[in-house]
Design a protein around this ligand. Structure first.
Ligand SMILES: NC(=O)c1ccc[n+]([C@@H]2O[C@H](COP(=O)([O-])OP(=O)(O)OC[C@H]3O[C@@H](n4cnc5c(N)ncnc54)[C@H](O)[C@@H]3O)[C@@H](O)[C@H]2O)c1
Length: 430
């Protein structure tokens, strides 16, 4: 059987499917080199991008205006003119922490209806090893009537961008590439080399590339889990964790991880993709899942430590006014997905405290829609019984301990989750 000829990378007519934190910078990068169509099912997102606005703040209006070959559309009919499809849709987990592959399956159906002989589909969404070839490819075969590795090819190239990070950009991060045949792997690698200045690493198979991505985030999750467990132990011993880490960090091979809330779309989610696949084949992961449990428990741990300090000062938790500074899952970005600050809020509310959340980066309507939280915009000095610095946004760091404490009543408890304020400016820190 003769396989269809792959396009030449420089002549690819590219579609990027799913224009979020990952897809938009990618579409912009390729749009500087190739004819590129940015496709998303969210018509509001297409309207905002067509007006050169990006609410994720990853790409500026000037950058968007300056891309010569990029168009946006929510009309799947336009995909028929493309021969290379890069899929960057979300891969979340459900309430039972199982992979939710519905967006990926739906995007595969969209590609299946558009792809023609000679076409290539490349997945960037984070998945478990095997998902591309076991889940996505059969859908494309069914929808298109084309034969895999004969009429069309596939690739997988995981994304490593870091939202809010203005230093590590798409072009400057080395990218792993892979393909369903050696020729497809060469094509995928050459395609990405058109835009990735830092170079590429061609993995030996799609499954290797899928596994590489999911372990990058699993390793980070576990490293943080260890430090979080140490923080739980040192708290019981009455030792300051930051001081221990500063001392241990003077050894050349001690890794510089910090304790904290592990939220966001990747680190707290991706390990469940790997553990799901492991369980499917009869292996029950212990280390990975115990790390997840520790990290998922840190929000309530923070609230309980603050409440303990309040009780020691003869304050009642019930009815106390508590201010949480920061809701985004990380500093200096508006991303609310899977933020674990909500666990801190929930634990305080369990004690019937009156919690207010302030975050100058976050869209108030999104906070209401996603978590039912009304953000506090005006902060009145002298109002709070306890203040938790939960996210190290530059505005909070610039305020410093004294101005943050001034928001509280005399004797208020100030807790620093992020260890960004001087030790003596706060009552306790993680
Ligand atoms: N955000 C990150 O830092 C990051 C980093 C590396 C990898 N990833 C992975 O990349 C993938 C995408 O993440 P993201 O952060 O860009 O997600 P996102 O939620 O920011 O964006 C996804 C976009 O896809 C669109 N979409 C959903 N279903 C669609 C469909 N069927 N067809 C077309 N468009 C569809 C949504 O409307 C949205 O605009 C995920 O698998 C994620 O794990 C994310």
């Amino acid at each position: 059987m003769v396989a269809a000829v792959l396009p030449r990378p420089e002549e690819a007519k590219l579609a990027v499917i799913g224009l979020g934190y990952v897809g938009l910078p990618l579409a912009v990068g390729f749009g500087r080199q190739l004819e590129t169509l940015g496709f998303d099912i969210n018509t509001r997102r297409i309207e905002e991008l067509s007006a050169h606005r990006d609410h994720t703040l990853e790409v500026s209006a000037d950058e968007l205006k300056a891309v010569p070959n990029l168009r946006f559309s929510a009309d799947p009919a336009e995909l028929a003119a493309c021969n290379v499809f890069i899929v960057t849709v979300p891969t979340p987990i459900d309430d039972a922490k199982r992979p939710d592959l519905r967006p990926l399956e739906s995007a595969s159906r969209t590609v299946g209806r558009a792809i023609r002989p000679g076409g290539v589909v490349i997945f960037e969404s984070t998945v478990y090893p095997g998902a591309t070839e076991e889940v996505c490819v059969p859908i494309i075969e069914r929808e298109s009537g084309l034969r895999f590795n004969v009429d069309f090819h596939a690739g997988y190239s995981p994304e490593r961008i870091n939202p809010g990070d203005k230093q590590h950009r798409l072009e400057s991060i080395m990218k792993v590439t892979s393909g369903s045949t050696p020729e497809a792997a060469d094509f995928v690698d050459a395609l990405y080399r058109l835009v990735i200045k830092a170079g590429t690493h061609k993995a030996s198979s799609i499954r290797v590339a899928e596994a590489a991505k999911v372990i990058e985030n699993t390793q980070r999750d576990l490293n943080i889990a260890l430090i979080n467990e140490l923080a739980l132990i040192f708290n019981r011993l009455g030792i300051d964790t930051s001081e221990v880490l500063a001392a241990a960090g003077t050894k050349w091979n001690f890794l510089p991880f910090r304790p904290g809330l592990v939220g966001g779309h990747c680190i707290g989610v991706d390990p469940y993709y790997l553990t799901h696949k492991a369980q499917q084949i009869g292996y029950h992961p212990e280390v990975i899942l115990s790390g997840r449990r520790i990290n998922d428990g840190m929000g309530s741990h923070v609230a309980q430590r603050v409440i303990k300090l309040m009780i020691q000062r003869r304050m009642h938790a019930a009815g106390a006014r508590v201010l949480i500074l920061g809701l985004a899952f990380k500093e200096n970005c508006p991303d609310l997905r899977n933020t674990r600050v909500v666990d801190v809020v929930a634990e305080f509310r369990d004690f019937h405290a009156e919690v207010e959340v302030h975050d100058p980066w976050v869209d108030a309507a999104e906070a209401r829609h996603e978590y039912g939280l009304e953000l506090t915009t005006e902060l009145k000095p002298g109002s709070y019984d306890a203040i938790v610095l939960a996210v190290a946004h530059e505005q909070f760091v610039a305020m410093g301990g004294e101005r943050i404490r001034a928001l509280g009543k005399p004797g208020c408890v100030l807790f620093d989750v992020k260890q960004v304020l001087p030790r003596d400016a706060v009552d306790d820190r993680l």
